[in-house]
Design a protein around this ligand. Structure first.
Ligand code: HEC
Length: 115
């Protein structure tokens, strides 16, 4: 468990470095949001959807704007250390390292629908 947290920390630190180095010469044209949206559709909407069958779950990610609005808590739920206030998502098991990196890259780029 400790090593997992450590791994996420490394991944997070690393993705920050990448951002600063790539921004000085050529602008970064990678769009992360479409990838993030697919990850969320595949892994989160079964519970976090206004039309799903998960009652009593106020957080919904069916709209682009609702994903972007909650970028901080999405990032926290998939990669920050688990606390009583921050459950690991998806509940069924963490995302793949690739998917986590994609969401972290999007978060670091600004977490908007245009990023
Ligand atoms: C199997 C159902 C399920 C799936 C799949 C799931 N969640 Fe959750 N999620 C929950 C439940 C239930 C809670 C409330 C947890 C608690 O407070 O104990 C929650 C809480 C959260 C919260 C905290 C805000 C809130 O609504 O309480 C965030 C952010 C979140 N989930 C994001 C995600 C993301 C991002 C994914 C996909 C990567 C995901 N979840 C997948 C069921 C799910």
């Amino acid at each position: 468990m400790i090593s997992l947290v450590f791994l996420f920390f490394i991944v997070f630190t690393f993705s920050k470095c990448k951002k600063t180095t790539s921004s000085d010469s050529t602008p970064n044209t990678t769009k992360y949001f479409p990838l993030v949206k697919t990850i969320i559709q595949n892994n989160c909407l079964s519970c976090h959807s206004t039309s799903g069958n998960w009652s009593g779950r106020p957080t919904a990610f069916d709209m682009d704007s609702s994903i972007a609005k909650q970028y901080t808590s999405i990032k926290a739920s998939i990669s920050d250390p688990v606390t009583p206030m921050n459950k690991r998502m998806p509940q069924t098991g963490a995302l793949s390292t690739n998917d986590i990196n994609t969401i972290l890259n999007w978060y670091n780029a600004g977490g908007k629908t245009s990023d």
